[in-house]
Design a protein around this ligand. Structure first.
Ligand code: AMP
Ligand code: MG
Length: 503
């Protein structure tokens, strides 16, 4: 069997934080997807495996040498309400490997059967949602956004029962780690201070070894998570991504996007956009994501407080609360700064002095307000702005129902670009080229994703999935042959589009 070269620190260092558990296995495994570029990154020689052996391996029928499958314990705030015991109900961590760049990566199954944390669930997953995780994860990766990634998907050959029977699947997921805010909440809620302490030390050693020497480790961890999450959420906003279910159990300590359930990309720009079928209050709406990340950070901070002060030491506790509050209160500005940095690049502006922040923020906000008022496609608008940088405003105007409203804004923007150029800036052609490197032409559009998943799940036809995947892996190339992937969905379709969790 394939030598993964497992080195399983979670199992070794954190006894009591998981339960050993074996995958259920599949009656008739069939390989649907294998991520060759990722396998290469991991140093896995999958070419040596027959398709049948790969299917058996990634179905959990034949465990690779050195795998120590476990279900991780975690809790989580779901839509604001606390669930003290969630955990891997349909996932198993197989082990950890060191990739070619020296980074430790988790290899985990999703949909591999019941675990001690399954509660009423069947522990299974269906082909459609697992291939969806492949598509969106690879799209995010190609956009340069930190994300867990799919290594393989196997059809199990048995049905899973949702509203109707669906073909079952197991996904193999690769992550920087599967530590979540909810992992800390689990032990904090149980008053297990020693476990919390071990977890915090483990998380720092794994993700922030340079901070291990910091005097206040818990605070250092909170700070690191806040920094990563601010950058991540800003990147989401700048590509129009809506995670859809940012519960604390779906927010990774590593700063990777994790748990692709009801996520979607914006079409027409709308800060209030929600696609998730269960998000009635818009808690996880597009523009609410920075607020929710901050809310989740506050839950992490509460969980870490027991490490910062003894419960009966009131002055120490007050000091600790003041320290974590500073980190949490600084989050909105941190996220806004990361957002502005990304927006400047998308606007073709040079990194500016702090004195320009307010004016540049207004310039970006006014642009977005124009897109909002006229329901303009977010992705195409940014892309066509690059054409306007080179003097061709027509393709941009064509996206607006009332293009006159654009003129005044374009004038301000051109003036700001000229100011950069007067100070040695890149000039029109280079500016446009740079803009096209940060604003994608192709995103995972909902209608294309659904089309590909329906063909795979209902017709057993992987062609549309493979073509879409190939397009998503080259998001910045404007290749005419791929034009169908760049086209917005009909507005009626987007208006009724709903995504689902836990499917
Ligand atoms: P998610 O919505 O996928 O983030 O999952 C939330 C929680 O429900 C996690 O604890 C999952 O492990 C659990 N869960 C979701 N689907 C299933 C399932 N089919 N069987 C068992 N547990 C599940
Ligand atoms: Mg989850």
């Amino acid at each position: 069997m394939l030598p993964f070269g497992f080195d399983n620190t979670y199992v070794r260092d954190l006894p009591g934080c998981y339960r050993p558990c074996l995958p259920a296995g599949a009656p008739a495994p069939r390989l649907l997807f294998l991520n060759q570029p990722l396998a290469d990154e991991l140093g896995l020689d999958l070419g040596a495996l027959s398709s049948a052996d790969a299917a058996a391996l990634f179905a959990g029928n034949a465990l690779p040498e050195g795998a120590e499958p476990i279900a991780q314990a975690y809790a989580g705030h779901q839509f604001g309400g606390f669930s003290p015991q969630l955990g891997d109900g349909r996932a198993l961590l197989l082990g950890e490997v060191i990739d070619r760049s020296g980074h430790r990566r988790d290899i985990a199954f999703k949909g591999s059967g019941r675990t001690p944390f399954s509660r009423g669930g069947d522990g299974k997953a269906a082909v459609g949602p697992m291939l969806r995780e492949v598509l969106i994860g690879e799209a995010m990766h190609a956009l340069g956004i930190p994300t867990t990634r799919a290594l393989a998907v196997v059809a199990t050959g048995e049905p899973v029962f949702r509203e109707q029977p669906l073909p079952g699947a197991v996904l193999t997921r690769v992550a920087a780690s599967h530590l979540r805010v909810g992992t800390f909440e689990y032990f904090a809620a149980r008053g297990e201070r020693e476990k919390l302490h071990q977890l915090a030390a483990y998380a720092l050693a794994r993700h922030d070894p340079q901070r291990l020497a910091a005097p206040g480790r818990a605070l250092a961890l909170l700070q690191a998570v806040a920094e990563r999450q601010a950058t991540l959420v800003a990147q989401w906003l700048n590509v129009g991504f809506i995670h859809g279910v940012m519960n604390t159990d779906n927010m990774a300590i590593s700063g990777e996007t994790i748990d692709y359930g009801p996520c979607a990309f914006l079409e027409a720009y709308d800060p209030a956009a929600v696609f998730s079928s269960i998000d009635h209050g818009g808690r996880y709406a597009y523009a609410n994501q920075p607020h929710i990340a901050r809310w989740n950070l506050a839950r992490l901070a509460e969980s870490l407080l027991p490490l910062m002060a003894e419960a009966d030491d009131e002055p120490a506790l007050q000091r600790a609360v003041a320290q974590v509050t500073m980190v949490i209160d600084a989050f909105p500005a941190r996220c806004a700064a990361a957002l502005l940095q990304g927006q400047r690049a998308k606007l073709g502006l040079l990194a500016a002095q702090a004195a320009d922040d307010e004016a540049d923020t207004t310039l970006a906000d006014d642009w977005l307000a124009l897109l909002h008022t006229q329901a303009v496609d977010f992705t195409l608008a940014w892309r066509r702005l690059a054409d306007a940088a080179e003097g061709d405003e027509q393709p941009l105007r064509a996206l607006f129902a009332a293009p006159e409203a654009l003129a005044a804004w374009l004038q301000r923007w051109h003036a700001r670009c000229q100011r950069d150029d007067a100070a040695g800036g890149p000039g029109a052609a280079e500016r446009a080229a740079r803009m096209r490197r940060v604003s994608p032409w192709i995103i995972a559009r909902n209608h294309r994703v659904e089309e590909a998943l329906a063909a795979a799940s209902d017709e057993d036809d992987l062609g549309p999935f493979q073509h879409l995947l190939a397009a998503l892996r080259r998001p910045y190339d404007e290749t005419p042959a791929l034009a169908r992937y760049a086209e917005p969905a009909p507005a009626e379709l987007t208006a009724c589009y709903r995504t689902f969790c836990g499917t």
